[in-house]
Design a binder for this molecule. Structure first.
Ligand code: SF4
Ligand code: SF4
Ligand code: SF4
Length: 455
């Protein structure tokens, strides 16, 4: 690995520069090919998930006596969110949700029906709708404070994956319906790594075993095959195809994290729907947490809480949607004769959306971490643990939130710069460029304002 290539990637001097991590670290290739580490991690994950679900369903419902809330919302989910930036969709290779479905399929308990068109064609819309539903339910019902609600959410995703596995071959849920997978896929367009084949090798391939499989191994679990992977949206980075490929074509590339955003230019409908909703929901969440419990404002009336939160989410969504539209109008074009319709503001705002998500999740972790051991102590009757606590200084929130959001704003400004001075060179007037820069800073200011209410 030459230093020049590394700096070329880092500073985006050569758009095509990549470093194949499988070649640089052959041990990594073996890990993906042999899949022992995946099996160990999945087993550990299965045990923890089973514990979370059982304790959520049957354990104490008092949040101060049930540690599964911190395990699920304070450890697991922020770790997954953090992983998006570094390893993209790799989490999916270890995810325990498809486990039950795989067992059903191994036992032959599957109908093996062909995936219907309503899923293959409209699955994106379903998964985005499911994601919106989950965020709405998660926030409006205060799920992060409810062990039962948390367990039911995990059970619902597990059941969805199992039902799909019982009806269709392989992992139809993961390809078409999983809301978490959809979110992870969109976030992974910003990742430092990408899973891609060496297309020169694929051109001479006659078996396409990565998709079809062979006598011993099934092919790609999401009907994709390495040769079809052109972005980070759908590939699970599970590595199943490594063993199947006769030419060692699959690569795990280190790349400039903004390259895919620049190349995609907001052409994918998934991103266009998810980004405004995610950002809107974050503004609503930061607002609600900075303003004190909405539940208290509603005198603990559940329906009032749900209604208020729904209105907040809607207001957040409409706000981001309008800013998005203004940005698109300022950009001056949303259609190109080469690649059709696109949403220029979506890839520009995408880093802010996922930085906001990371900041929000880390804030939860910081706020709940000091109580973790005392909660475990109360839950399992270990008095010694009840005194194992510490305090997190209040400055830790801005110390994390501000750098995370600043990096995201720099990324957004960079993507805009690349659009104006490279991809659409000479097509966006200078005043429009500066106006969109101001819009990005305005969005940053909005986040700052709502975030700072909780610091
Ligand atoms: S798509 Fe969803 S269920 Fe499938 S592996 Fe990814 S997160 Fe898990
Ligand atoms: S990844 Fe391998 S198996 Fe798949 S098409 Fe390319 S060369 Fe063939
Ligand atoms: S192409 Fe398919 S088998 Fe290969 S890593 Fe991606 S999801 Fe897994």
């Amino acid at each position: 690995m030459s230093l020049k290539k590394f700096t070329d990637i880092l500073f985006d001097r050569d758009p095509d520069a990549r470093i194949d991590l499988f070649k640089v670290f052959p041990g990594l290739y073996r890990i993906f090919e042999r899949r022992k580490l995946h099996a160990i991690c999945r087993t550990v994950g299965d045990i923890i998930f089973t514990f979370i679900i059982i304790e959520g369903l049957f354990g104490p419902q008092d949040p101060s006596r049930n540690c599964i809330l911190f395990l699920a919302w304070g450890l697991w989910w922020p770790t997954v969110v953090l992983s998006w930036f570094f390893v993209g969709r790799m989490w999916c290779g270890f995810c325990p949700f498809p486990g039950l479905g795989r067992i059903l399929q191994r036992l032959g308990l599957t109908w093996h029906r062909p995936v219907p068109r309503i899923l293959s064609k409209y699955g994106t819309y379903w998964s985005v709708a499911l994601l919106a539903l989950i965020i709405w339910i998660e926030e409006s019902t205060g799920m992060k404070e409810s062990p039962l609600g948390t367990a039911l959410l995990l059970l619902a995703i597990l059941s969805g994956a199992a039902v799909c596995a019982a009806l269709f071959p392989k992992q139809a849920w993961c390809r078409y319906l999983c809301p978490m997978g959809r979110l992870t896929g969109v976030a992974s367009t910003l990742s430092m790594v990408e899973f891609r084949p060496n297309h020169d090798q694929c051109r001479k391939c006659t078996t396409f075993a990565c998709k079809r499989g062979d006598e011993d191994e099934p092919g790609c679990p999401v009907y994709l095959g390495a040769f079809n992977v052109r972005n980070n949206l759908d590939c699970l980075v599970c590595g199943h195809c490594l063993k199947l490929c006769p030419y060692d074509a699959p690569q795990l590339n280190f790349r400039n994290p903004f390259r895919e955003l620049i190349v995609n230019k907001g052409r994918f409908i998934t991103c266009s729907y998810i980004i405004p909703f995610l950002m809107g929901s974050q503004l609503a969440r930061f607002f609600a947490e900075g303003t004190g419990s909405i539940l208290e404002a509603c005198s603990h009336a559940f329906s009032c809480h749900m209604l208020l939160y729904s209105m907040l989410l809607l207001a957040g969504f409409l706000y981001v949607y309008c800013v998005n539209r203004i940005g698109a109008l300022l950009f001056g074009m949303t259609e190109d004769e080469l690649f059709g319709k696109f949403s220029p503001m979506v890839p520009i705002f995408l880093p802010i959306a996922f930085a906001g998500e990371l900041a929000y999740r880390l804030n939860y972790t910081i706020s709940k971490a000091p109580d973790f051991f005392p909660v475990v102590g109360r839950q399992f009757g270990i008095p010694a643990l009840e005194t194992w606590t510490f305090s997190c200084p209040q400055w830790l929130y801005p110390a994390i939130d501000v750098p995370v959001m600043l990096i995201a704003v720099i990324a957004a400004l960079y993507v805009l710069y690349m659009f104006v001075y490279s991809e659409f060179e000479g097509m966006v007037a200078r005043w429009r460029y500066h106006a969109i820069q101001l819009l990005i800073l305005f969005m940053f200011g909005t986040y700052w304002y709502f975030m700072s209410r909780g610091w």
